[in-house]
Design a binder for this molecule. Structure first.
Ligand SMILES: Nc1ncnc2c1ncn2[C@@H]1O[C@H](COP(=O)(O)OS(=O)(=O)O)[C@@H](OP(=O)(O)O)[C@H]1O
Length: 358
């Protein structure tokens, strides 16, 4: 028997009855201490508490670590900002990992536009078994490029051969360096842009900024350089983003138009299954995400997600999606419509799609 620091008498032989009892007590005490140690999670070899699997003790991946997402964006349905739904999924990932799963650079990216409906599209796509997508916005090609492709790859979830890795960062569409950088990663990257009426998009953008900085000037005053002359301030980012044709020109220097899919932000709300059919076709996927997955919530005014053939409550996007917009003076709206008309016309021509904004 080895010397035990807890039980100094344990090595002595032969043992008188009192020492015997002391020894038994020491052994029991040690066993009890060890069990407690294991139960609180420090023991790696013994089983933990019933119901707490070894997987659930794995270190979460970078995605799970980000709870506050850029842009005040939501990381998942039903949670205000990067809520627990993401983290639950991380644990699921832990359970299903196997040797044939590896982290891959994205083969498809949702590149824009801000406030177009990019979160909804990504969440809809994540229902597809052949899509693995990072929930948070990596902002690799605009803000984190110097961190390198291995940093970027490491953000991605593990995927099986044949599954498509995806991410969404809406600011890519309007950042001039991004097309060349994505091309340098892979000229075959499939690109998806969710576009929305640029006037409504600008108001949505303004509404988001105002939700964080309530003291900003009115939408009307930010719209004009000179309101009496009716001179629109095209340098205001909320307005600049909506000049889609200009931004698209930069992408077309690197990618053919048929490598870019333009999703209508409006139809993503009124006919999510129809837009999802187009997206799945574009990505070469089976049409798995169909109308069975959508339930229109009249109170929210948006489609929410449901499990087909299930009575469970549909999950809607968090409250940062579908904010109430301020009322903007109709004259200002009209002036913005006139401002965007030539840009929209050109955009319809370039994409061979009429989005019906005019
Ligand atoms: N299903 C569903 N549920 C909720 N919201 C939906 C949905 N589909 C599209 N939208 C519209 O998405 C708008 C937000 O766009 P983004 O997700 O691209 O915003 S962000 O750029 O990531 O901040 C958001 O804009 P606002 O209505 O202005 O908040 C919505 O109109």
């Amino acid at each position: 028997m080895e010397y035990s620091p807890l039980c100094p008498a344990a090595h002595a032989t032969p043992l008188p009855p009192v020492r015997n009892k002391l020894l038994v007590l020491c052994v029991m005490l040690s066993l009890w201490a060890y069990t407690l140690y294991c139960c609180i999670g420090y023991c790696s070899t013994a089983p933990g508490l019933p119901g707490l699997s070894a997987d659930s003790r794995e270190t979460p991946s970078p995605r799970a670590l980000s709870t506050e997402l850029p842009n005040g964006d939501s990381g998942g349905f039903g949670e205000p900002d990067g809520g627990s739904s993401n983290r639950v999924e991380e644990w699921d990932e832990g359970r299903t990992l196997n040797d044939s799963e590896t982290k891959k650079l994205p083969q498809a990216i949702i590149i824009g536009v801000k406030k177009g409906g990019t979160r909804a599209l990504l969440e809809f796509l994540r229902l597809h078994p052949d899509i693995r997508a990072v929930g948070a916005e990596p902002h690799f090609f605009d803000r984190n490029y110097e961190k390198g492709l291995e940093w970027y790859r490491d953000l991605m979830p593990k995927s099986l051969e044949g599954q498509i890795t995806m991410e969404k960062t809406p600011s890519y569409f309007v950042t001039k360096e991004v097309p060349g950088r994505i091309y340098a990663m892979s000229k075959d990257t499939k690109l998806i842009v969710v576009v929305r009426d640029p006037v409504t998009r600008a108001i949505s953008d303004y509404t988001q900024t105002r939700s964080k900085k309530p003291d900003i000037p009115s939408f009307e005053s930010l719209t004009f350089k000179n309101s009496t002359a009716g001179l629109i301030d095209a340098t205001w980012s909320a307005l600049q983003i909506g000049m889609y044709a200009r931004h698209l020109e930069r992408w077309l220097r690197f990618f053919p138009i048929n490598q870019i899919l333009f999703v209508s932000g409006e139809r993503l709300i009124t006919d999510p299954a129809g837009e999802m059919a187009r997206v799945q076709d574009f990505l070469g996927l089976r049409r798995v995400v169909t109308d069975k997955y959508f339930h229109f919530n009249p109170a929210k005014g948006f489609p929410c997600l449901k499990k087909p053939e299930s009575n469970s409550k549909p999950h809607c996007l968090g409250k940062t999606k579908g904010r109430t917009h301020p009322n903007i003076h109709p004259d200002v709206i009209q002036q913005l419509r006139d401002f965007y008309k030539p840009f929209n016309k050109k955009f319809y021509h370039m994409t061979r799609q009429d989005f019906g904004w005019d």
